[in-house]
Design a protein around this ligand. Structure first.
Ligand code: NFE
Length: 503
């Protein structure tokens, strides 16, 4: 039986997942990105300094990651190193965006896969926001229009958290998290100029001056966000993990893991990063080589040649191409299928043993939950690694903001060459993000983005091998062949963003 799970809700953009189910098991899965955009074509022949602005418009959720990747690429092309303040400000803007994004994903996008929302109907406490939700849900149910209660109801058949108190706590934090996300976004906007698309991030640093007043405001906002992460997000995640231990074994991609590293510790991009870069296969981490990345298009709706390296990327749309089923290309690393994202970021760092704080956090949390680090390749593993990333990044941002020096320069002087090229790589919240720029006669001759969800939601490659998300779905047992709640939980554990994937 073939089931189209699309459009999959509670994620960004247009994703269909077609599964084939036999005897309550998914035996095939195809992820389809359903839109063409063509940002790389838009960038052609433009002034290179437009790039960090235009590429932010790829997405309203992770615009800073695109701005940062573009700045890194341009900095490499122009031979630029920002002053210390400049790199710190870029980190403070990007890091705050990660915190917002993890909270958004856990509470607004993923939690409703697990929480029993109907528990609120029995709520007898005094929390005004919960009482509002209770009376709103009651009214919608009594009116016979549960669909008007989206995203809380209706919901797929399946098992949800059994303890009413846990569901109610999660729901309360669902509402609180909206306000906390606003604080994280305000922190980004203090130095970025605005949210979601920052004006101040620029190749060579940041155009915003540093003042004591701004530092104090930033720290207050991050402190509140950090408290919520420690006191609520992490415990809530542990509660979900304890309620659904089977999800340590569900949704493994069994792919290699790739991370480009996140948050440079100094002005130079290779100064070492809070999360180090690496390619992880069979427990062994090797350095990343961007020239090993190719984009295959046998099953993607492009007539361009398949398997081109990033710097030769092409974009010829072919909507009617036989066999093709997605607008997402299939990136591969050294010919291998790869998962990117929070699990990759944490596992690469964990197996590199470069950051003792991350090593001990992974060990203590997996120990508490009685699982081994290899189990992080799973639905719960991806969720846990987001919470680990949030905890570590929040601490880093507080320390990093202390290093700012008011009155010192925040941006390097620019000299743009007529011809040059550069790669810019970072970790967006959803994983490894690469931008490549080539200049000719002071204009953009070639711009290429290889984006996290392009890796994870990729269609089959030239050899017919499924992408990471497809592989994570194949083999999964489902209780209800039509609803496939398990499949929704797997897909959302990747936090796919289709706007980014198709760009
Ligand atoms: Ni549109 Fe993005 C992130 C990037 S995902 S959210 O994180 O880059 O492909």
């Amino acid at each position: 039986m073939k089931i189209n799970l699309g459009p999959v809700t509670r994620l960004e953009g247009h994703l269909s997942v077609i599964t084939t189910v036999e005897d309550n098991r998914i035996i095939d899965a195809r992820c389809q990105g359903e839109m063409f955009r063509g940002f790389e074509a838009i960038l052609k022949d433009r002034d290179p300094l437009d790039a960090q602005q235009i590429t932010q418009r790829i997405c309203g959720v992770c615009p800073y990651a695109h701005a940062i990747a573009s700045c890194y690429a341009q900095e490499q092309a122009y031979g630029l190193t920002p002053p210390p303040n400049g790199r710190i400000l870029q980190n403070l803007i990007q890091g705050a965006n990660h915190l917002y994004d993890y909270l958004l994903h856990f509470y607004q996008l993923a939690a409703l896969d697990f929480v029993d929302v109907t528990a609120v109907l029995e709520y007898r406490g005094a929390d005004a926001e919960l009482l509002k939700v209770k009376s709103w849900l009651r009214a919608e149910l009594d009116s016979g229009r549960p669909s008007a209660a989206a995203p809380f109801l209706p919901r797929l058949p399946g098992s949800y958290i059994r303890e009413a108190d846990t569901s109610i706590t999660l729901l309360k934090h669902y509402l609180e998290a909206l306000g906390v996300q606003q604080k994280a976004n305000q922190a980004s906007a203090l130095f970025g100029g605005r949210f979601p698309h920052a004006t101040a991030i620029f190749p060579g640093g940041c155009t915003r001056a540093v003042t004591v007043d701004l530092i104090v405001q930033y720290q207050a906002l991050i402190q509140e966000t950090r408290d919520f992460i420690r006191d609520k997000y992490l415990p809530d995640l542990l509660a979900v993990a304890r309620a659904f231990p089977e999800y340590w074994k569900i949704g493994a991609s069994k792919a290699a893991h790739l991370s480009f590293g996140l948050l440079p510790r100094g002005p130079a991009q290779d100064a070492g990063r809070l999360f180090g870069p690496g390619f992880l296969k069979d427990g062994k981490v090797t350095p990343v080589d961007y020239t090993q990345i190719t984009e295959e298009v046998r099953y993607a709706k492009y007539s361009s040649p398949s398997g081109l390296p990033v710097k030769d990327g092409q974009l010829q749309p072919a909507p009617g191409k036989p066999e093709a089923y997605s607008w997402i290309k299939a990136p591969r690393y050294n010919g291998q299928v790869v998962e990117v994202g929070p699990a990759a970021r944490v596992l690469v760092e964990f197996y590199s043993r470069g950051n003792p704080a991350i090593t001990s956090l992974v060990e203590s949390l997996t120990g508490k939950l009685d699982v081994d680090p290899a189990s992080l390749d799973s639905v719960l593993g991806r969720h846990l690694c987001r919470a680990i990333s949030a905890t570590v990044i929040a601490d880093f941002l507080m320390a990093e903001s202390e290093r700012l020096v008011p009155g010192q320069p925040t941006i390097a002087e620019l000299h743009i060459p007529a011809e040059a090229e550069g790669y810019g790589a970072t970790e967006a919240s959803r994983g490894a993000l690469l931008h490549y720029i080539r200049l000719k006669n002071y204009r953009i001759d070639k711009y290429e983005c290889v984006v996290p969800t392009t890796w994870n939601a990729s269609p089959r490659d030239d050899q017919g091998r499924p992408g990471a998300m497809e592989a994570a779905l194949i083999g999964t047992k489902v209780a209800d062949q039509t609803a496939q709640l398990e499949a929704g939980r797997i897909v959302r554990s990747f936090d796919p963003c289709l706007a980014c994937a198709i760009h």
